[in-house]
Design a protein around this ligand. Structure first.
Ligand SMILES: C[S@@+](CC[C@H](N)C(=O)[O-])C[C@H]1O[C@@H](n2cnc3c(N)ncnc32)[C@H](O)[C@@H]1O
Length: 274
């Protein structure tokens, strides 16, 4: 495990506060489809196989995790993450929420048959560390299933636009959009014995207009809310808002004056062969 220094811990604390700001549950409602797809894509099929092979004895544990209690963990949870855990709960034992750092998962090696992340690992700063943690806690014969915004899709580009407006990341951190490029993902898992496949899907974001959509995100989506708070006093918020609205208009597929932007995401399956 790569050590979490005081500097790295300070960055995580800042991330935790950022994601806890706003109201992520409002945002999660917009992206629930990603978590559901990850479950449907592999876990569902895996459980069906296990049941077909004499599964009355099928039991297990489910753990949900998010750095921030208000964004993902704790009693409240969020729709996006809760959606797929509820699905699993109906079949396995009750889940339990943790608020651990994905770079330092509090689980022993090879603990889980399935390791899922819906739009989560993408926002963890040290990509090599989190990928090694995912592989470590996944059992031989198990599967890691990840959903990440594609770098060239709407939200991938959204994050690339945000980059220069945010404080410069430390040199050990990699940008979130990188997880949305399959070459980067291949590189991250290159040293591990996993079989990788990637697929692309898209979900639609909708609103009355691009302006309404960006202003809604700025009210509820922690990273954009924090950016607005920091940039407003220096007069830079309007420039970022304009860039995001221009991107949104460019991606708008509605054609009737409303806003509907498909946002592509990459689903990666990494199987650890037996
Ligand atoms: C876009 S949200 C996705 C939340 C949820 N999984 C979903 O599908 O809606 C990104 C999440 O990553 C979490 N996160 C960021 N850094 C993390 C870390 N180092 N360890 C665990 N979670 C982290 C944030 O707290 C935030 O809730």
């Amino acid at each position: 495990m790569s050590p979490i220094t005081a500097e790295i811990q300070a960055l995580k604390d800042a991330h935790r506060k950022t994601w806890a700001s706003g109201d992520y549950a409002r945002i999660a409602e917009l992206v629930t489809e990603v978590g559901e797809r990850l479950v449907e894509r592999d876990l569902h099929a895996g459980l069906a196989r296990a049941l077909a092979a004499g599964g009355e004895q099928l039991g297990g544990e489910v753990r949900g995790n998010d750095l921030s209690a208000s964004a993902g963990g704790g009693d409240r949870g969020v729709a996006g993450t809760r959606g797929h855990v509820q699905y699993v709960r109906a079949r396995l034992h009750a889940g339990e929420w943790l608020t651990a750092d994905a770079e330092d998962l509090p689980f022993e090696d090879e603990r889980f048959d399935y390791v899922l992340s819906s739009l989560g690992v993408q926002f963890v700063p040290r990509h090599e560390v989190v990928s090694s943690e995912l592989v470590r806690v996944c059992r031989t014969g198990g599967t890691i299933v990840l959903g990440n915004w594609a770098a060239d899709g709407y939200i991938g580009r959204f994050w690339t636009i945000m980059g220069p407006y945010l404080p410069p990341p430390p040199d050990y951190a990699s940008p979130p959009a990188a997880w949305g490029r399959s070459e980067h993902v291949v590189q991250l898992f290159a040293d591990y014995p996993v079989d990788l496949t990637s697929e692309r899907y898209a979900l639609d974001f909708e609103a009355d207009s691009a302006e309404v959509f960006i202003d809604t995100l700025a009210d509820y989506y922690g990273p954009l809310l924090q950016a607005r708070n920091k940039l407003t006093p220096t007069g830079r918020w309007e420039a970022l808002r304009d860039e995001l609205i221009a991107l949104s208009n460019e991606m708008n597929a509605a054609g009737d004056g409303h806003f509907r932007a498909p946002s592509e995401y990459l689903v990666t399956l990494a199987r650890k062969p037996t």
